[in-house]
Ligand binder design. Structure first.
Ligand code: MN
Ligand code: MN
Length: 469
């Protein structure tokens, strides 16, 4: 009888606080020991020269999300989580979208039907509240929070999703009463509607004008308003996908007033710019997402926000549509105006390698910082800690083993999603996860898929560590 099911030997282990040379002993899907000369194991992985990190938690992804008539998101839960696990992730938290007129209970049921039995990673759901009826606010939402859907997102923009300030306050008040965490998509709907109509009337309809129609002031104002609403409702708030320095300043100002604001940024704001939307023949559609990528100055501000700890989270906002597809970026209606181009970009597999290479290898952040903003903080904020997000005794053995010496150029052909492009094509990176395990089950071994879909389980999430008792 072996001492452990699996031992990872000779690696450099990093957590959100420490880096150590240690072997990791795993039994029954959990981390049972950290140390040296641990003994025998049924299976051994030699991690000499490699980094042993907590598996990434991508807490901002859209998978199989209804996206309007004639538009289809290309990843279901099988391909989405397969791509995630090849990118060093072990947990994803996609959004479960309540469509207007639909009950929350039904939305949750629909998402489980899509996800259960399909996943390579563990998964939970944030709820998108688009229709805060009295039944939703009074019964369904509190019940869902108790069932493990302990966070939800509200939108300040988008037809069919945007809530009024009064509605957002109602939703935040439910969060106040139930201990849930509210995430906000902060862009000013009326500014975007106004500019979109004006651009269209001037014949400015190409994908590049998507960026023009959603300028920094629209995000800055909405960020300020979201923080203010949270201040009034007396709840913590997560500002997702922050793209520029002016929005960051609003977050810092709110924090200085004592508002508990958590902030997230994404790879598109670190390595893409609005210039990428200028490609001819709809090529720019490949980069249409909201908020749009900005300019070099905004990129620098987001990097500074990562370096100085302003950002708690780094997520992908994976929202995949094929490019060469009439149900994707080449939706015929999209040629009549940028407003119809399916909004979102893929990035679940490339999220971690981009930050590892640009952040850790270039010494903008150290390994524990990388671990915090890619895993530990997500686990803490979204009610998964200490089970997830660290390498610690008793935690789930969710681990990504990285080879920091691999150099490669990102090519869509090498990725494992169901898309036909990546917006990060051609970016050279150093470091890539080679082996990933979920609760001790090796899913990818030396770059090869080693498990069947369905090994990932639904996670009933508890209360956020950032919500007061
Ligand atoms: Mn959003
Ligand atoms: Mn999103």
């Amino acid at each position: 009888m072996a001492d452990y099911d699996l031992i990872i030997r000779n690696g450099t282990v990093a957590t959100g606080s420490d880096v150590m040379n240690a072997d990791v002993g795993i039994t029954d899907g959990r981390i049972a020991a950290l140390g040296h000369d641990l003994g025998t194991a049924a299976d051994t992985i030699d991690a000499t020269g490699k980094l042993v990190l907590p598996g990434g938690i991508d807490s901002h992804v859209h998978i199989a999300q209804p996206s309007g008539p004639d538009v289809v998101q290309t990843d279901g839960f099988e391909s989405g989580t397969r791509s995630a696990v090849f990118g060093g992730n072990t947990t994803v938290i996609p959004f479960c979208l309540q469509e207007r007129g639909q009950g929350l209970r039904q939305a949750i049921k629909d998402y489980h039907a899509k996800a259960d039995g399909q996943c390579y990673t563990d998964y939970g759901f944030h709820l998108i509240v688009s229709d805060p009826t009295p039944t939703v606010l009074g019964q369904e939402l509190p019940a869902a929070i108790g069932d493990g859907y302990s966070s939800f997102k509200v939108f300040m923009t988008y037809e069919g999703l945007a809530l009024t300030d009064a509605e957002i306050l109602e939703v935040m008040t439910v969060a106040r009463g139930t201990g849930a965490l509210v995430m906000v998509h902060a862009e000013n709907y009326d500014i975007i509607r106004h500019l979109t109509a004006r651009l269209e009337s001037e014949g400015k309809i190409e994908p590049r004008y998507h960026a023009t129609s959603r300028p920094i002031p629209a995000e800055r104002e909405a960020t300020h308003r979201a923080c203010t609403l949270a201040e009034v409702a007396d709840v913590p708030v997560v500002i997702v996908h922050v793209s520029n320095g002016e929005a960051i300043e609003e977050i810092q100002r709110a924090r200085a007033r004592g508002v508990k604001v958590l902030a997230e940024t994404c790879p598109q704001y670190l390595v893409l710019t609005a210039k990428d939307l200028e490609g001819l023949n709809m090529e720019g559609a490949k980069y249409v997402c909201s908020p749009p990528p900005r300019d070099k100055q905004s990129q620098d501000a987001c990097w500074t926000g990562i370096e100085n700890g302003t950002f708690d989270f780094y997520s992908s906002d994976h929202s995949p549509f094929r490019f060469n597809d009439e149900k994707g970026k080449l939706l015929p209606k999209g040629r009549t105006s940028f407003r119809w181009v399916p909004n979102g970009i893929p990035g679940i597999e490339t999220r971690l390698p981009i930050l590892f290479s640009e952040g850790v290898m270039k010494k903008r952040i150290d390994l524990p910082h990388f671990v915090r903003i890619t895993a530990t903080n997500h686990a803490k904020a979204y009610g998964l800690y200490p089970r997830k997000g660290s390498i610690a005794i008793g935690a789930d053995a969710d681990i990504a083993i990285w080879d920091p010496t691999i150099t490669r150029t990102i090519r869509h052909a090498d990725l494992h999603d169901n898309n036909d492009y990546t917006p990060y094509e051609g970016i050279a990176v150093t470091g890539w996860p080679v082996t990933t395990m979920v609760r001790g089950t090796v899913i990818v071994r030396d770059g090869v898929l080693a498990a069947q879909k369905g090994v990932g389980s639904f996670l009933k999430r508890g209360k956020s560590a950032f919500v007061p008792d």
